[in-house]
Structures are given as structure tokens and as C-alpha cells.
Design a protein around this ligand. Structure first.
Ligand SMILES: Nc1ncnc2c1ncn2[C@@H]1O[C@H](COP(=O)(O)OP(=O)(O)O)[C@@H](O)[C@H]1O
Length: 388
């Protein structure tokens, strides 16, 4: 309400889209998630805007709208050639999107090969050109749920009366967690032991990147990809990654905190994360007194999670690592699925190329030069005729 001028508020379309946190609640307790949506709808309806509804968007929508957002902001879809024709954009100029949330993560890009699984394909027609993108959203692999899965794996089969070492937490970090809290999500509930979950578990951080990555790799099911040609994990089809990517939201937050968003190569990234993880917890707190404690504790775990997700799951490697840009914004606008959602629902991106289009500045410049030359030539001709 602060941003939209009062005279524009009543006509301003407003939508609420909910993502993976609500998808999980919907699985756990549908009545509760319906109540949340109905309450937020009631509240937003009281505002003087054109509210058009609240709903949980699908993972496919979340992945697709993130991809639309970045390419819209970078103007990858718009190719208008001199002469007034729209030409097909160069596909290498179209970016892939990597989004990491709290409860899910999305990967979307235009692959080199035909997309073999229609379940992971989204088709669009934008400005007159068709696009088929590969997109997949992994529920339970957002960073909060991934770390919960990591803790479950760390305590599995251990004697819980003794302290448990957690290599993903900074060296010297100590805490006590309720056993039940590890299994209070649809992402981990099926791993709960049959005994009652009443123990309190003492955990100790050991800050070891290599062991942390080994532990994190156990949360993916790579076996279900055995024998499949193109597969990331959990048996999910994924063609080889190709082209340039933007990695945003939590990919950015974690790498920004570790000063790793300036295009560092993979060995540098790995060694920075290793050094950060090995730092003593007391010293870390003293060095970052303003940082939220839970975030400071999780940066080591999240950074290693990002490495395993990009390298082991999505199969980026040392050669194409630098095709990933870790960004928060493009064209001074925050990147995420929300802008793409809005552009789609308000039909801001036409599916057909506009019949008449504004001239691009380059074309205007050429036209101006042409006009001046023509005027001068005509002037000279008239002068010549007059003198005769
Ligand atoms: N400024 C920040 N610094 C570090 N981590 C953040 C920041 N903002 C959000 N996060 C973390 O990034 C993850 C994704 O956040 P967000 O994109 O808001 O969530 P979601 O996509 O699940 O709605 C969460 O784990 C959240 O705790």
C-alpha cells in the first residue's frame, strides 16, 4: 500500500501464491492449509486492491515462473530486428533458473536434447515464439527440509544417550534437540523409528566439510537412477545441464554471506567453504555478532548442501561451474517466481508478437540519420536548381 499511489490501488491486481511450505502443510493437514488460505484471503480482501485469490501453486509453476522472471528481466525473449520483424531469440542467451527455498528447490532450463518425460516439461508461447523448458521442483530438498533430513541420517542407528557428532555444524557448536522434532515433517516422518520419540539428543558440531558432504549425499537416492540415461536423483529424469544459469534465493543468501558470488572457480569455492566450516563456533559468533544465530550455525551446512545439490544431484562440474551466476537481482528487480506468476496472470507477456511495435532506439537513430541526409540532399538539389 506504500508503493502503489492511492489513485491506482483499487485497480491494482493482487494475487497470493503459496509454495512448498504450504504444499507440505497440505499433505500433513489439508484442513489446516485450507484454513490458512481462507484466512489470508479474508484479510487481503479488506485492502482496497483488486484481490484475485490465494492458492498453492504447483512445483512446476514455481520452477517455470522463476525461469520466466529472469528471462523477462534480461529481455531474452524480445528480439526485434531492424526492418520491423521479430526474430527468434538466440537460445544461448536464454538463462536457466536455479531456485532454492526453505522446503523445495527448482531447476529449469532449455536442454539440448528433446525432453523425454512430458511430466517435467513446460510449454510456453511468448512474443510469438514457442519454448519447451525442462523444469522440476524437488519437495523436501529446500534447505530447511534438507538439513532436517541430514540430521535424521546423522542420528540413524546411533546410541542417542551419547552426544552425536554433526560435521555440518561449526566446530564446537553444542545443542540439545528433541528427538520428535526431527520427524515432525512429511519429509522425514517415514524415517522415524518405531519406538517412542521422547529422547533429547545432544549434538556437537565438528565442522568438517568433507564428512558433511558425505552425510548430505545420503539424503539423495542415487540408486534409483541406476541404468537410467538422464537422471538427477530419486529416479527423476533430467537432461544434461547446458547454457548459463542464474542461481537465486537461498543459493544467493548463503554464497553472498561467504563472499562467493563473484564468479570464483570451483576449487576456490570448495576451499572457502572448508575453511569457513572449520572455524570455531565461539569465534564465529564473536566475528558476526549481528548475524542471526540459527543462520550463522547453518551457513556451513547450507553451503555444503548447495555443493552436493549442484555437483552430485544436478551434475554440474568444474568445467561448467562458472556458467552459474549467484544473483539476487536482475535489472534492479528481485529474482524469484513471483514476477513471472504476476506477468502470466495479468497477460503482460503476449503469446503473439505485437502487430505494431515501438521502434527500438537503434532503429530510431538510423531513421534520424537517414532523414537528415535526405533533407540535406533535397536542399542541395533545390539550391542547384535555383542557381540554374
Ligand atoms: N537474508 C537471508 N539470509 C540468509 N538466509 C535467508 C535470508 N532470507 C531467507 N533465508 C533463508 O533462505 C531459505 C529460503 O527462503 P525463502 O526464499 O524466503 O523461502 P521459501 O522459498 O521457502 O518461501 C530459507 O531457509 C530462509 O531461512
Amino acid at each position: 500500500m506504500n508503493i502503489i499511489p492511492p489513485e491506482g490501488q483499487r485497480g491494482a491486481p493482487a494475487y497470493l501464491g503459496a509454495t512448498a511450505g504450504m504444499r507440505l502443510l497440505d499433505l500433513e493437514n489439508k484442513t489446516a492449509s485450507d484454513m490458512v488460505l481462507s484466512e489470508v484471503s479474508k484479510t487481503i480482501s479488506r485492502y482496497p486492491v483488486d484481490f484475485r485469490g490465494a492458492r498453492i501453486i504447483s512445483g512446476k509453476e514455481e520452477g517455470s515462473y522463476g525461469w520466466i522472471t529472469i528471462n523477462y528481466l534480461l529481455e531474452s525473449f524480445m528480439k526485434y530486428s531492424f526492418g520491423g520483424r521479430w526474430v527468434r531469440p538466440v537460445s544461448s542467451k536464454i538463462y536457466g533458473a536455479l531456485d532454492l527455498g526453505g522446503a523445495s528447490t527448482q531447476i529449469s532450463f532449455i536442454p539440448k536434447v528433446e525432453i523425454a518425460d512430458p511430466g517435467q516439461r513446460a510449454d510456453f508461447k511468448l512474443y510469438g515464439f514457442p519454448y519447451s523448458i525442462y523444469t522440476h521442483s524437488f519437495l523436501c530438498y529446500g534447505q530447511n527440509q534438507a538439513l532436517k533430513q541430514m540430521l535424521v541420517k546423522a542420528v540413524e542407528g546411533k546410541d542417542l544417550s551419547r552426544p552425536i557428532n554433526i560435521p555440518c555444524y561449526p566446530a564446537g557448536y553444542k545443542s540439545t534437540i528433541a528427538q520428535a522434532s526431527l520427524y515432525n515433517s512429511p519429509c522425514t516422518v517415514n524415517s522415524a523409528p518405531s519406538s517412542s520419540l521422547v529422547q533429547n539428543i545432544n549434538i556437537i558440531g565438528t565442522g568438517n566439510s568433507t564428512q558433511c558432504q558425505d552425510l548430505l549425499k545420503t539424503i539423495y537416492d542415487f540408486n534409483s537412477c541406476t541404468g537410467k540415461d538422464f537422471c538427477s536423483f530419486d529416479g527423476i529424469y533430467q537432461p544434461p545441464v547446458v547454457g548459463n544459469f542464474f542461481a537465486f534465493s537461498a543459493f544467493f543468501y548463503t554464497f553472498d554471506f561467504l563472499n562467493l558470488t563473484s564468479g570464483q572457480d570451483l576449487p576456490t569455492v570448495k576451499s572457502s567453504i572448508q575453511t569457513f566450516c572449520a572455524r570455531d563456533w565461539t569465534e564465529l559468533q564473536a566475528s558476526f555478532p549481528k548475524e542471526r544465530m540459527d543462520r550463522l550455525r547453518d551457513y556451513c551446512a547450507n553451503a555444503n548442501y548447495i555443493l552436493t545439490l549442484l555437483l552430485d544431484a544436478y551434475k554440474f562440474n568444474e568445467n561448467n561451474w562458472n556458467s552459474i551466476s549467484f544473483m539476487k537481482q536482475a535489472a534492479d528487480t528481485d529474482i524469484g517466481w513471483t514476477l513471472g506468476y504476476m506477468l502470466n496472470l495479468t497477460n503482460m507477456i503476449p503469446s503473439e508478437a505485437p502487430a505494431s511495435v515501438r521502434m527500438q532506439s537503434y532503429d530510431v537513430w538510423i531513421a534520424a540519420v537517414f532523414f537528415i541526409v535526405l533533407t540535406l540532399a533535397l536542399g542541395l538539389l533545390m539550391l542547384l536548381l535555383y542557381c540554374r
